[in-house]
Design a protein around this ligand. Structure first.
Ligand code: SF4
Ligand code: SF4
Length: 387
């Protein structure tokens, strides 16, 4: 039944269903009316009161269409970048026997540690680095996007986030649900991504500008992008096993990689904490149905907060899409200015294209090396060790 078709009768059914839920063992995360016994005068009064508050939404939710479009566009962009980069590498591996394809600088979005190095180099010297400068601009764009619209990089742009989401949705369809780890397992596991981030920040934080330049201008640093491609081309050792395990865990548990292991997502989440936009709930319009909390892939207790302030919220708007009550839940700046999904999508496009466009026009985007270096280093990239 479409959401705008919710009528008095369906609200009655929903509220009755809640009374049935009250008879189940209490769920500390989701129980909408903890402490209210079923069918007591209080519970019945509460149900009547919610019913009187209920105003159905006007029109179907479109937030997920905008988000899906953004995810698919960015995934296709990354597939195209990978395709072009592969043929660029093949040209130099075969010493010019295959067709030449220009290097897509966007491949540097896959070099997050080089991005941190270049950011530190820029902060120390005020200069845009010569090698892999696109990493710096992409990191700045993604941080800005995540700050403006709560970690939206993860659920609107990141191709790994998109694949992760596809996997848990597949798991939910096949197994009729996903696993939720108990809090005593979940919380320590969630700290892993912050530990990894702290490790990388420490490693980069202890490097001087000269050390960063020496690293990025070393043979290893110059072809760090080729080494990344080769990692996926020539999976060896335990890598296939680890990737298979991650895929299986991602089918079973919502956003397993993003939730527990991704240091890049951890950085985006920390940047988002001070941002202006938040998911906000209007208690006077909310009917306490808990659909938002059940829909949240980050397992946040949306139905118990007036504003969601969490480094785990990714602006996916699944909670907003699930909410049946008009004006009860939205992304907003402050408590008044509602930010619709199309505005988030448009804002992300403006920031992303603006930063990349600036870098291109200013001549910072492409790393330009003499062909002789590529002809020498790319065929031996596999054997180049860390300096
Ligand atoms: S469902 Fe809502 S609260 Fe949960 S991550 Fe998405 S936007 Fe944030
Ligand atoms: S915000 Fe919406 S989905 Fe969440 S409990 Fe209130 S009415 Fe239900």
């Amino acid at each position: 039944m479409p959401l705008d078709a919710f009528g008095e009768e369906s609200v009655e059914r929903m509220l009755n269903a809640q009374r049935i839920i009250y008879r189940r063992p209490p769920d500390p995360e989701l129980a909408p009316a903890r402490g209210k016994a079923p069918n007591t005068p209080e519970a019945i009064h509460l149900g009547m009161e919610r019913k009187s508050r209920y105003r159905g939404r006007q029109g179907p939710d479109t937030s997920q269409r905008f988000r899906r479009a953004s995810q698919i566009l960015f995934l296709l962009l990354n597939v195209w970048i990978g395709w072009e980069f592969y043929f660029f590498v093949r040209y130099y591996e075969t010493q010019g026997q295959t067709a030449f394809v220009a290097r897509p600088a966007g491949v540097e979005g896959w070099l997050p540690i080089a991005a941190l190095m270049n950011l530190k180099y820029f902060l120390l010297t005020g200069l845009i680095p010569k090698i892999h400068a696109a990493t710096l601009f992409l990191l700045v764009a993604f941080l800005a996007i995540s700050w403006l619209w709560t970690k939206s990089f993860c659920s609107w742009l990141c191709p790994i986030g998109t694949l992760s989401e596809a996997l848990w949705k597949l798991g939910r369809r096949v197994f009729k649900g996903n696993l939720r780890l108990p809090r005593w397992v979940d919380i320590p596991l969630r700290s892993l991504k912050y530990l990894l981030l702290a490790f990388f920040l420490y490693a980069v934080g202890t490097m001087s500008a000269a050390a960063i330049a020496a690293f990025l201008e070393s043979p290893y640093g110059l072809v760090a992008d080729v080494k990344m491609l080769n990692f996926f081309r020539f999976l060896s050792g335990t890598a296939p096993l680890v990737i298979s395990l991650l895929v299986l865990l991602s089918v079973a548990i919502q956003n397993f990689w993003c939730r527990y292991l991704c240091p890049y997502g951890a950085l985006m989440g920390l940047a988002a904490l001070s941002g202006p936009a938040k998911i906000t709930r209007q208690p006077q319009r909310c009917i306490d149905c808990s659909r938002c909390a059940k829909a949240c892939p980050s397992w946040l207790p949306v139905d118990k907060r007036e504003a969601v302030l969490s480094a785990e919220c990714t602006s996916c708007l699944e909670c907003v899409a699930a909410c049946p009550a008009a004006g009860a839940l939205q992304m907003s700046v402050g408590r008044q200015t509602i930010v619709p999904a199309w505005a988030i999508g448009l804002g992300i496009a403006v920031v992303f294209l603006g930063v990349v466009g600036y870098a291109k026009i200013a001549g910072y985007w492409d790393t330009e090396l003499p062909e002789s270096i590529y002809f020498r280093l790319i065929p031996q990239a596999q054997d180049l060790g860390h300096p």
